[in-house]
Ligand binder design. Structure first.
Ligand code: DCM
Ligand code: DCM
Ligand code: DCM
Ligand code: ZN
Ligand code: ZN
Length: 271
């Protein structure tokens, strides 16, 4: 996701974590405000293009070698690169937050990665190999040229919220408030009870693979419903946008709700 998506996921999680969880992560991240998660949600993107941060550039995705739209599916052994992927990174950095032997700054850095990667694994094109997660597919967006990955990372959500005039923190805070109500009492009230059923701190890879397979299924239904070839050069801000926007809302809501539950498991296990 772009900044808006990551910040929204973080504020949704902030709205659902237990009080003890909030206290634990506010202490670790040295931020006692309500922005303790949102303030670190895009840090992983800010370092991935730096010399120091290069090691983490593959940690934002897993390249599912499937053949949408006829077959979608992720396989951890097949698709996670030797130096890591978003699934192994959720496992690795969760373990680091839990490790009381590590220096507090290391555990804080690990927490920043966890907040970011639980967001990214819910973006369908972060769980797809075709054209490097759609980066190599040129499309049109309100008559400008964009790549498909950027459309799913940013353009659809920004259009949904009425353009990019508002700063990501303000827009994300408002969007998170809206999606939080939908989860509590609105259109996601029934479904959200099932979003956190298959989660285990004992098996982070299985947990994250469950999330990854859900995201990847959307590649077949909504990203490439007629295959990767037919989308090239198409204007996506019309009918395609209308079908994709509800899916992106759902994925951002799920990511925030699951991030809260994951941080609760971590904080419970630490204390
Ligand atoms: N980004 C950046 N520097 C670049 C390219 C992109 O900081 N040279 C940011 C813009 C988006 C985010 O990365 O907010 C997208 O990250 P990803 O491509 O991991 O989804
Ligand atoms: N931030 C912002 N707008 C807000 C809240 C926070 O731009 N309404 C930004 C400022 C910092 C980051 O979030 O870059 C961390 O926020 P804080 O200083 O509250 O920890
Ligand atoms: N990306 C992806 N899958 C890939 C390669 C990249 O999901 N196989 C994502 C990471 C960034 C965006 O696409 O969000 C742009 O990546 P880069 O700047 O590495 O081209
Ligand atoms: Zn992306
Ligand atoms: Zn990312």
């Amino acid at each position: 996701w772009g900044s808006l998506g990551h910040i929204t996921v973080a504020y949704i999680a902030t709205n659902f974590v237990k009080d003890d969880t909030a206290a634990f992560f506010q202490g670790l991240l040295k931020n006692e405000t309500e922005h303790y998660l949102a303030g670190v949600a895009t840090w992983a993107d800010s370092i991935r293009y730096t010399k120091w941060g290069r090691f983490s550039k593959n940690f934002h995705f897993i390249d599912a070698k499937d053949t949408p739209p006829s077959y979608c599916g992720v396989d951890f052994e097949r698709d996670c690169k030797e130096d890591g992927c978003v699934v192994s990174s959720i496992q690795n950095y969760t373990a680091q937050v839990l490790d009381a032997q590590l220096w507090p700054w290391r555990r804080a850095q690990a927490a920043k990665f966890v907040v970011h990667f639980v967001g990214d694994i819910h973006q369908p094109l972060h769980v797809e190999n075709v054209a490097q997660g759609g980066n190599g597919i040129h499309v049109k967006w309100e008559r400008s040229e964009l790549n498909l990955h950027h459309v799913w990372d940013s353009s659809i959500a920004e259009k949904l919220l009425g353009g990019i005039r508002r700063k990501p923190y303000d827009a994300g805070f408002g969007w998170a408030a809206n999606l939080t109500e939908e989860i509590k009492t609105g259109k996601y009230a029934a479904a959200s009870k099932l979003w956190t059923t298959d989660m285990s701190l004992e098996d982070p890879v299985a947990t994250a693979m469950g999330w990854a397979n859900e995201s990847n299924a959307i590649v077949c239904t909504h990203v490439f419903p007629e295959g990767p070839q037919t989308i090239v050069g198409q204007e996506l801000a019309g009918d395609y946008y209308e079908k994709a926007a509800p899916v992106i809302e759902l994925q951002v809501a799920k990511a925030g709700y699951r991030l809260a539950a994951w941080l609760d498991l971590i904080a419970d296990s630490v204390s």
